[in-house]
Write a protein that binds this ligand. Structure first.
Ligand SMILES: Nc1ncnc2c1ncn2[C@@H]1O[C@H](COP(=O)(O)OP(=O)(O)OP(=O)(O)O)[C@@H](O)[C@H]1O
Ligand SMILES: [Mg+2]
Length: 500
């Protein structure tokens, strides 16, 4: 028989303070996580205008001002306690979450790692209230306030030096915040947003009641609109909408891909892979499209409670979601790009009407075939739990340059060569770009890049986070031979480029 030791137990229940700090570690990773939580609260409160002010990349100050429902004094006091929420009541409610928040964790977690001041008034209350939390001290006062809520966070992690050390440079933190605000601005185009850092606008008052396309144009500049294809798919339980870039506009990374599920910004390897597959016929595998993709899906078909910051979501039937996203991308791209290209851009030699008709017939046939899949997925399939395994990316095959012998040229586009391992087809335009790139890289290392002044300066418009990257790297760009001048909050004049 087992004997119990007489020693005192080793297990103790942690104090509330330690519990809160541990929970805060999961919710509050960096200043951008605070901005995310506060703006989510403002949106859940039905705000129509949200102002975000930050100081020193959010480390010194984060203030979120909204014109939402506000809180009564009793609710404001409760809001700062753990597991206090107005958004769910019972376990079953987790199955049908329609709000961005539901855990009742954000405000107490933030208050555990920074100084927090809450100023709020509901429409019905004649007077507002202010709560200040600093460490263990808690102060509540009556205070004048317009209807709505203002939350001010100061000196993040000043009481957790270990975490403070891990924060990045102010400019990096501020870029993360900009990205978070951009996510909200794109998922809620009906709400007006503005973001200011040390009094300077990073995102200027975006108007209320915009359509998604108007919002994209406000953030990315109007030029992008010409290069966008609308996305559309709808069945009983799932709706996909948004815009994707035509293949002529692509990027080297996924930075310009914005994914939303039930108006929540998410990152999802499943959806990213489906997008990549959808573009496979249109883009080289190293290029990525710009994507603004919004999914509305029955809340019981997706679990948002799988990640501490709700950044990741899990779909009940992953393979079906993957197929639908991939096919929606493919189909919408085919519809727009191929038809336009065939009708407007292609010129046929004299007397080639027969050839033209055959191409058009083949295209129609292809489009009909590529649309067939829609019938093959029943909406109910979304309810069958299934996992999707994302295949490993295909390995690139290295070809030894020395062993290549050119055999000929194809259509003035490709060089066909023989190598020790087989036949190599070289995109000569891409190869030429690579040669120039390597030349530029060497010149940069030897510090001998020459600059070439342009006869007419080129005006470029950039989205807010890219403006920040450009300003933070002004020196590097000038070493690379660019001469640029800021021309407005989001536009620059390029006056000189590297001489290549
Ligand atoms: N800006 C706001 N306007 C009105 N009410 C708010 C605001 N911010 C917070 N609240 C109230 O305070 C409660 C607690 O907020 P908190 O962010 O801590 O939790 P939550 O939003 O319910 O869940 P989560 O932890 O998932 O964010 C909310 O449920 C809401 O009732
Ligand atoms: Mg919340």
């Amino acid at each position: 028989m087992r004997r119990w030791s007489k020693m005192a137990g080793k297990i103790e229940i942690l104090s509330e303070e330690v519990i809160n700090k541990i929970a805060a570690g999961e919710v509050v990773e960096r200043p951008a996580s605070i901005v995310k939580e506060l703006v989510e609260n403002s949106l859940d409160a039905g705000a129509k205008h949200i102002t975000i002010e930050i100081g020193r990349g959010g480390k010194k100050l984060i203030r979120v001002i909204d014109d939402g429902s506000g809180m009564s004094k009793e609710d404001a006091e409760l809001a700062l306690q753990r597991h206090a929420t107005s958004k769910i009541r019972e376990l079953e409610d987790l199955q049908s979450i329609r709000t961005l928040g539901f855990r009742g964790e954000a405000l107490p977690s933030i208050a555990a790692v920074a100084n927090l001041t809450l100023l709020t008034r509901s429409e019905e209350s004649p007077v507002g209230c202010q709560i200040k939390v600093k460490g263990n001290s808690f102060e509540l006062l009556e205070a004048g306030s317009p209807p709505g809520t203002t939350v001010t966070i100061e000196d993040l992690f000043s009481n957790v030096p270990a975490r403070l050390k891990f924060l990045k440079a102010d400019s990096t933190e501020s870029r993360q915040i900009t990205r978070a605000v951009q996510n909200f601005a794109l998922s809620h185009p009906q709400v007006s947003f503005e973001l200011k850092e040390d009094g300077r606008h990073i995102i200027k008052n975006l108007p209320r009641e915009q359509t998604l396309l108007e919002r994209i144009a406000s953030l990315y500049g109007t030029k992008i609109v010409e290069d966008l294809v609308p996305l559309q798919f709808e069945n009983k339980f799932l709706r996909i909408s948004g815009f994707i870039t035509k293949p002529n506009l692509s990027y080297t990374n996924r930075q310009h891909q914005f994914l939303f599920v039930n108006k929540r910004a998410i990152s999802s390897r499943l959806i990213s892979h489906a997008i990549w597959e959808g573009y496979k016929d249109f883009l080289p595998s190293s290029r990525h499209a710009g994507v603004f993709l919004s999914m509305e899906i029955g809340p019981s078909l997706v679990d948002v409670n799988v990640h501490p910051t709700k950044k990741e979501v899990r779909f009940v039937n992953e393979p079906t979601i993957h197929t639908i996203v991939m096919q929606t991308i493919k189909q919408n791209l085919h519809k727009e790009v191929t038809m336009v290209e065939i009708e407007e851009k292609t010129t046929y030699p004299e007397g080639s009407s027969f050839r033209k008709r055959r191409i058009e017939e083949a295209m129609k046939d292809y489009l009909v075939k590529s649309q067939k899949w829609q019938g093959s997925i029943s909406p109910e399939e979304l309810f069958q739990p299934k996992k999707f395994h994302i295949p490993e990316p295909e390995k690139r095959i290295e070809v030894k340059k020395e062993a290549m012998v050119a055999l000929g040229q194809l259509d003035n586009l490709y060089i066909v060569a023989r190598s020790a391992d087989g036949i190599v087809i070289l995109d000569q335009h891409a190869a030429w770009e690579r040669i120039l790139y390597e030349q530029l890289e060497n010149d940069y290392k030897d510090q001998k890049i020459e600059s070439q002044r342009l006869l007419f300066p080129i005006q470029i418009e950039l989205p807010p986070h890219n403006v920040q990257v450009l300003i933070a790297n002004t020196d590097l760009f000038s070493k690379l031979g660019f001469e640029m001048e800021q021309f407005g909050p989001s536009s620059f004049l390029v006056k000189a480029t590297p001489h290549i």
